[in-house]
Write a protein that binds this ligand. Sequence first.
Ligand code: FES
Length: 67
Amino acid sequence: MSQNEVLCRCLNVTRQEVEQAIDVFAASTEQEVGRLTEAGTGCMCCRRCIRDLIREKQQQSAVLRTA
Ligand code: FES
């Protein structure tokens, strides 16, 4: 998935915008990402992708902290 790929089709939110919500604003739940970007606040079909992205980012952070 590229950075500019739309992750949330209902609200036209890109993967990059969701990643910024996680990385810059420390969003750690789908609800927080939704408040910051509106992603996942429509049909909710994309919430699993948002949750997976949050988990992926948290795992990357954990690896960096232990390195
Ligand atoms: S695709 Fe994200 S809320 Fe519908």
